[in-house]
Design a protein around this ligand. Structure first.
Ligand code: 1HN
Length: 371
């Protein structure tokens, strides 16, 4: 509580009549606006979420220890470790709208089938061997792939390999928690033998994975993209082409040395998930992006390369797999700096996910680029 003219002194204590009035408010579960207006109506977004960085090698080490100690099964459903933003009290939420986690499956292990209203995706920074089985369609997960799973699709995961595999999950859990829209059902106890396979392409890709071509006679009415895997080969080629166009003097990139693509629903061109925007950035060697702030929050994962990231007042050196949060209205700028162990072109590749579709649809999206 703040007071207008006597900071630190609660007016209800100073004046017996006011004290009595405040007791009356409290008894009726009322709060006077004049004690709260500064917090409820800030001049610009002041997120309680902090800019925060999680190191991939620490996440992986802890996930592997959990793999040896904690089974996966009904109830817990997933061996997932949520990124809990230190600024957000109570629940383990990465941002006010986004839940993010590292998930881990041991060799030949299954995560049981279920479905929920929360929209979700997987993104793979390293490894292969797991299939996510969505409505009976086994979808192989490999490094660099983005795998959206819109709400109410039944899904299980199965590790076909002799090695453990990790990936990240993003879900709109905090948003649906705030809106009280959650539904959850368990699915079959086990997937069938026919589903325990790792086809190079899923049925969804055979139907929906051809650029500019819509399969006639398939009217998927579900929200969210019917394409269940956006493969790294395509993302990589799109980013390479943008930078190449820019180098040869043609429009191509969002800013010099910064290529950007968005994962979209092939039916509409809109975001692949109704509540989550997922994008991929490639920042050419030595380039620093213009500091940009937006309403709404994002989580980024370094896919490849090394660099320097500035979010609000924080600066970190980052490398493959590291994850960081960008809270609403905090400026983000990144510099690509080739590290000693980077074998590639010196570019910094970043996967980003956030709540932008929600803000756009509600007319609340705003952005600024600092000169
Ligand atoms: C879920 O279904 C997955 O399918 C991951 O991998 C994380 C967190 C809460 C609720 C459901 C998954 C989840 C989840």
């Amino acid at each position: 509580m703040t007071t207008v003219d006597q900071p630190g002194l609660d007016p209800a204590l100073a004046d017996p009549a006011l004290a009595d009035l405040h007791r009356g408010f409290a008894a009726e579960h009322l709060v006077p606006l004049w004690t709260e207006v500064g917090d409820l109506m800030p001049a610009h977004p002041r997120s309680q979420a902090c800019a925060h960085l999680w190191r991939w090698n620490r996440l992986l080490e802890l996930a592997d220890r959990a793999g040896h100690l904690v089974p996966v099964g009904r109830g817990g459903e997933r061996r997932a470790l949520a990124l809990a933003n230190p600024g957000l009290p109570g629940r383990p939420f990465a941002t006010p709208t986004i839940w993010a986690a590292i998930q881990y499956l041991m060799p030949h292990e299954d995560a049981p089938e279920h479905r929920h209203s929360q929209h979700a995706f997987r993104f793979v920074v390293e490894g292969h061997g797991v299939a996510t089985v969505v409505e009976g369609d086994p979808v192989a997960m490999r490094r660099g792939d983005f795998l959206p799973q819109a709400g109410l699709n039944r899904h299980a995961h199965h590790n076909t390999a002799d090695r453990p595999m990790a990936w990240i999950d993003g879900l709109d859990i905090p948003l649906q928690y705030a809106l009280d829209t959650q539904f959850f059902d368990v699915g079959r106890d086990a997937i069938s033998a026919a589903e325990r396979v790792l086809p190079p392409r899923s049925r969804s890709e055979k139907l929906w994975g051809h650029p500019g071509l819509t399969p006639v006679g398939h009217r998927s009415q579900r929200p969210g993209s019917p394409l269940l895997a956006y493969r790294w080969e395509h993302t990589d080629a799109a980013l390479t082409d943008q930078l190449e166009l820019q180098r040869t003097g043609h429009p191509g990139t969002v800013e010099p040395g910064h290529a950007l693509v968005r994962f979209t629903d092939p039916r509409t061109g809109g975001d692949a998930l109704p509540t989550i925007r997922a994008q991929f950035h490639r920042i050419a060697r030595g380039v620093t992006t213009a500091p940009r702030r937006e309403t709404g929050s994002s989580v980024y994962q370094v896919f490849d390369g090394s660099g320097l990231v500035r979010v609000g007042e924080s600066t970190w050196s980052v490398t493959r797999g590291d994850l960081f949060v960008v809270p609403s209205w905090q400026a983000v700028s990144v510099t690509s700096q080739a590290g000693a162990s980077d074998s590639d072109s010196g570019a910094l590749d970043l996967f980003q996910f956030g709540d932008a579709p929600v803000l756009h649809r509600l007319g609340l999206f705003r952005s600024e680029v600092d000169a």
